[in-house]
Design a protein around this ligand. Structure first.
Ligand code: GUN
Ligand code: FE
Length: 423
């Protein structure tokens, strides 16, 4: 039996409206899974080593449901553009460099080093169209100890010739090779089918990707209803679809009997929300990206009220930073502006809801992940707020709230992913 016990202030999410805070409690992990949180250590675990973190806080790991690995290199650049210009000016030229494995090695080493130190324990990443660089990224992530899904990107139209796949046949051949190489190869790193978005993929490629998805039994991720220019373009490209989500649905790429993530959904209408709900699609809410590239603000509480699954994401490099603490802060701030300036019918996000999105919300994509309930996989962060000075006494809840706004990876004291200690 492989077991350990952490002692400290245990904080997790019960549901979207409630945090649970248990001071000076014991958190028990056995064989990678949580056995529960206890005020005194049960006799059954008397022989298990206890690490006492004193006055520190212990929270579940944070889940980044959507980011672009090759874009980490140019984070913070081009933040004065809208989506389609930003793709053409910054994204496509940079992504083409990952044809060169030496460049990919350097860039992906930097990304992986940052993710190890970060509050992210699990993530769903886009790579590029290139199979060797995508497999290299998967090897590095496997080594890192993080638990991830990684997608070789598909794009065979409306991009520069130096980047896009030359034909549907070649795109399918490369995707099949990548899936054959990586399905079942790693314990912590899995492939996910990744059409970039509808404008990047011809109809026949999208149908073939749905076939490959079924053949290999893997999930799907893409972008949906992010930016007004993009949405207008999709209307022209797929005139028979009732909306953008319906286009994915027609091609067999909007979930249903398999897991699916759609990033953004800033402008999803009532019918698209119905499709998201009935197909169990996870919305990857990416508030910083949606501000930076002028997409808007998704109505997160409306989605949650309606029964749509929602997680939180950085969307690096639409988002400038890999920090999920920042993503939580941005989610709350953006929701308040949306409420104040646009639509009082959707309440702004509370701290409790932002915490839920970053833990249980996105964690559900990975199974029983995102809380310290018995049977949940053990992802944990130990937070040390001793440098975040305050003269007055604060409750543990108050300390947690301000940690999310003020803390960063330098305030992380320990990190556990799937039962394995990373530091
Ligand atoms: N839509 C298609 N590609 C991208 C991308 O790389 N980033 C974002 N934010 N949206 C996209
Ligand atoms: Fe994205």
């Amino acid at each position: 039996m492989d077991a350990f016990v952490f002692k400290g202030h245990i904080c997790d999410s019960i549901d979207r409206n409630h945090l649970r805070i248990l001071e000076h409690h014991y958190l028990v992990c056995e064989d990678g899974r949580c056995k529960g949180v206890f005020p005194t250590l049960p006799a059954a675990y008397a022989a298990v080593p206890v690490e006492d973190f004193g006055d520190r806080l212990i929270i579940p790991g944070l889940i980044d449901l959507h980011l672009h690995a090759p874009q980490f290199s140019f984070r913070g650049l081009g933040m004065d553009m809208e989506l389609l210009d930003w793709l053409n000016t910054h994204t496509f030229p940079e992504e083409s460099k990952y044809r060169d494995l030496a460049y990919a090695d350097l860039a992906y080493s930097q990304l992986t080093a940052h993710l190890i130190r970060s509050e992210t324990t699990r993530a769903c990443l886009f790579a590029t169209v290139h199979v060797p660089a995508t497999e290299l990224l998967m090897e590095k992530l496997e080594q890192s100890g993080l638990i991830t899904y990684v997608g070789k990107v598909n794009m065979n139209r409306n991009g520069p010739m130096y980047l896009i796949e030359p034909s549907t046949v070649e795109a399918v051949r490369q995707t099949r090779k990548w899936l054959s190489d990586t399905v079942g190869r790693f314990s912590r790193t899995k492939p996910i089918i990744t059409p970039r978005f509808i404008p990047s993929c011809t109809d026949d490629l999208l149908y073939r990707l749905a076939d490959l998805r079924a053949e290999f039994g893997v999930p799907v991720q893409s972008h949906l209803s992010e930016n007004l220019g993009e949405i207008a373009w999709v209307k022209e490209l797929v005139p028979t679809a009732k909306n953008y989500g319906d286009a994915y649905r027609k091609f067999g790429l909007l979930g249903g009997d398999y897991p699916c993530i759609m990033a953004h959904c800033v402008h999803s209408d009532a019918l698209e929300m119905e499709y998201l709900k009935e197909n169990g699609v996870f919305v990857a809410h990416s508030p910083e990206s949606n501000m930076n590239i002028a997409s808007g603000v998704a109505p997160v509480n409306r989605f949650l009220d309606y029964g749509i699954k929602v997680g939180l994401a950085t969307d690096v490099a639409g988002g400038s930073h890999e920090s999920m603490f920042k993503a939580m802060t941005h989610a709350i701030q953006a929701s308040k502006l949306r409420w104040r300036l646009l639509d009082q019918s959707v309440a702004p996000l509370t701290f409790d809801t932002a915490f839920y999105l970053a833990t249980r919300g996105g964690g559900a994509f990975f199974g029983k992940v995102g809380a310290f309930e018995e049977g949940f996989e053990m992802d944990a962060l130990v937070l040390d707020d001793s440098t975040l000075d305050h003269p007055q006494p604060l409750s543990v809840r108050e300390r947690l709230e301000r940690f999310i706004y003020l803390g960063d990876e330098r305030n992380l004291y320990a990190k556990v992913v799937g039962g394995r200690r990373l530091f």
